[in-house]
Design a protein around this ligand. Structure first.
Ligand code: MIC
Ligand code: SF4
Length: 643
């Protein structure tokens, strides 16, 4: 059969399972990445699995999220991560080196490889034709131990690109247009695979912007071909030997096709509070802006910051707002410094932040009360910026810089001529902030350093046949993991300490959740569609589990969160009849007979005296893992048998 890129890569990596959309397949994983906010937990789990060294081709640990060091906690985590990397044969990208996805793209990503990362934007590497997926930390730990990764074989959506982007329109507008069409769950169970003549007009970092934010559609991953442009990019990074050609066959068959004429696109914006709430900038009109934040793994490449710098040349940022720039990597900064363009940013009055996630995850630069923040990031969920009532708009670097100058949301085409700038043929290659793995014998002698912020992993009992308790919270559609387990400067440092972080579960929706869970000895969560969209943080499953949550009953689940629930022994159940959602209220007392999870389950609502049918999408292996009390006890047994 004619092949898509997805099929070509998966064919080489499937270990078990049938190549049929929706069927579970086990995939061999070549590479892994972690970042600090999810990494500490992933490595504690890797240690608990108990093997001596990673079994991947290579694995990389980054520090880019928890970089504010307002006390010992984040610093403790960084030291722990560095020592773990040295102990187990993992590359370590030191704090300051850049955002995991940007650095991975520059220095590590390989066409044709499979990658999982404990961060939902891992598909950024799809920009070079790498099949890259976000996953929970425990799944990454298991892949580092050599275990395959299980997914539902995806539907392959061909995104057919024709034409060429107009000046002032860029890759961000392409993915915003896709989000306008698919919204935040239109990609679930699918791979977005780009093809067509238009692909050739996009650079690798443009492609990576698109695959990065494809995550917001809920898709399994997004991928571009590996072509001559990819080859030139890898060559410019001194990695031409890692290039392979990866193109779809002439007559490749896709399950669906999305047509995009790049020439017809205009500057776009995602309005508060969802990345799927997309309009054309010119239709939204002039909105007064209080802050512009440029950067994040979506838009912090050299090309993006060159656009911003050159537009700001000889100008001053509008006096009604402030502007932050967080570059994606040291390589990006080194080039801007060398070319003199960095000076344009400094002279214009930009607040230069470090090469890290920064404001994207609420680590500084929170907007003022009720403030309007225009950001080049990928998520604008309510409260994520650190200010509960801020209004966050997601845009391209072009739209962001136009707002920075005018003080209003502005169509950048009003600024006149698009500035000219050149890109380097060869990038500065300087891996002095990446610590290489030690040889095995030396690595064994490394002592792992743990500060008081690293609490031991909690352990959980196997899951019984009958679950009973009260409904602790009932939530709407599209609840994000930011709602379940908030991030930001105050809470992120607690990522290595489950008892502490669990006090903040659902804080922004129901400040009494923690107390309710404690008083009732745990219970249930009732959710709407797409429950758990967004981040890969397994803390959104682990912390509720720690508080005694037994099952989540929802209309549907987001992929990574569903896997995380299974991994930590919370049973994910769906309504057979979605209308039954309205038959349950908060604090109702429920009893659910899950048996061995081989079929439908019956929920008995003691408070209302009625019965509801529930289903699930668990494979027999998922059920086995759940019943064992989660993936850690299960994998320990399975890996030990291979030792
Ligand atoms: C995010 O963008 O929400 C994060 C922070 O990068 C998360 C990971 C995390 O919560 O640590 C993600 O996208 O997976
Ligand atoms: Fe970091 Fe933001 Fe990217 Fe998440 S989305 S990895 S917080 S830059």
């Amino acid at each position: 059969m004619a092949g898509t890129i997805t099929e070509k890569i998966l064919d080489k990596h499937i270990i078990e399972g049938e190549k049929k959309a929706g069927a579970e397949v086990a995939i061999h994983i070549d590479n892994t990445l972690t970042q600090d906010a999810t990494g500490t937990m992933a490595y504690l789990q890797f240690e608990a699995i108990g093997i001596d060294r990673v079994r991947t081709e290579f694995s990389v640990s980054f520090v880019d999220h928890n970089t504010l060091q307002s006390d010992f906690k984040n610093a403790d985590d960084h030291r722990f991560l560095q020592s773990v990397a040295q102990r187990y044969g993992i590359y370590f990208s030191r704090p300051g080196n850049g955002i995991c996805h940007q650095v991975f793209l520059e220095r590590f990503a390989k066409p044709g490889n499979t990658l999982i990362g404990s961060d939902s934007h891992t598909p950024t590497a799809g920009g070079v034709g790498c099949f890259a997926m976000g996953a929970g930390g425990l799944d990454v730990a298991c892949a580092m131990a050599g275990a395959p990764f299980r997914i539902k074989y995806p539907k392959i959506v061909g995104v057919h690109l024709t034409g060429k982007l107009q000046p002032w329109v860029s890759a961000k507008d392409v993915i915003l247009e896709i989000l306008r069409r698919l919204d935040v769950k239109g990609g679930v169970g699918k791979v977005l695979e780009y093809f067509g003549e238009g692909v050739k007009t996009l650079s690798v970092t443009d492609r990576a912007t698109i695959t990065n934010m494809g995550t917001e559609t809920g898709c399994t991953t997004s991928i571009f071909p590996s072509d001559e442009i990819t080859r030139a990019f890898l060559k410019s990074q001194g990695r031409e030997d890692q290039w392979i050609e990866l193109l779809p066959d002439e007559n490749a068959e896709y399950d669906e096709i999305i047509e995009i004429d790049l020439s017809s696109l205009e500057p776009m914006v995602a309005l508060p509070h969802s990345p799927g709430n997309v309009r054309k900038v010119r239709e939204v009109g002039k909105i007064k802006v209080d802050q512009v934040a440029i950067g994040s793994c979506t838009n912090s490449s050299l090309r993006d910051l060159k656009v911003v710098a050159n537009v700001l040349k000889d100008r001053t940022v509008n006096s009604g707002l402030h502007v932050t720039v967080s570059p994606g990597s040291r390589q990006v900064v080194e080039h801007l410094v060398e070319s003199g363009e960095f000076r344009y940013l400094v002279r214009a009055g930009v607040r230069i932040l470090e090469n890290a996630c920064g404001p994207c995850i609420g680590m500084g630069a929170a907007p003022s009360s009720g403030g309007v923040s225009v950001r080049t990031f990928n998520r604008n969920f309510r409260g994520r910026s650190g200010t509960a009532d801020a209004e966050v708009y997601l845009v391209s670097p072009e739209v962001a810089v136009a707002a920075a100058i005018t003080g209003y949301l502005t169509d950048p085409r009003e600024l006149g001529e698009f500035p000219e700038f050149t890109m380097p043929e060869k990038f500065f290659i300087n891996d002095n902030m990446i610590i290489k793995p030690l040889p095995e014998e030396e690595a064994k002698k490394v002592e792992i350093v743990r500060g008081p912020n690293i609490a031991p992993l909690p352990t959980f009992e196997p899951v019984g046949d009958v679950l009973s308790g009260r409904v602790l919270i009932k939530v709407e559609d599209n609840i994000t993991t930011d709602h379940i387990m908030p991030a930001g400067a105050k809470i992120l440092p607690l990522r290595s300490n489950i008892p502490e972080i669990s006090k903040h579960v659902f804080e922004s929706i129901d400040s009494k959740f923690y107390n309710k869970a404690k008083e009732n000895n745990g219970g249930f969560i009732v959710g709407g569609e797409n429950y758990g969209q967004g981040s890969s943080r397994e803390h959104a499953a682990l912390a509720p589990k720690y508080l005694g949550v037994k099952a989540v009953i929802a209309k549907s689940f987001a992929r990574i969160h569903l896997a995380n629930l299974i991994n930590f022994g919370i049973v994910p159940l769906t309504f057979v009849n979605p209308d039954d959602y309205s038959a349950i209220d908060e604090m109702d007392e429920l009893e659910i007979n899950i048996g061995d999870l081989s079929g439908e389950c019956i929920l008995y609502n003691r408070t209302k005296g009625n019965r509801i049918k529930l289903a699930h999408s668990l494979s027999s292996l998922d059920a086995e893992i759940l019943k064992a009390g989660g993936k850690l006890p299960w994998i320990k047994k399975n890996i030990t048998e291979r030792k």
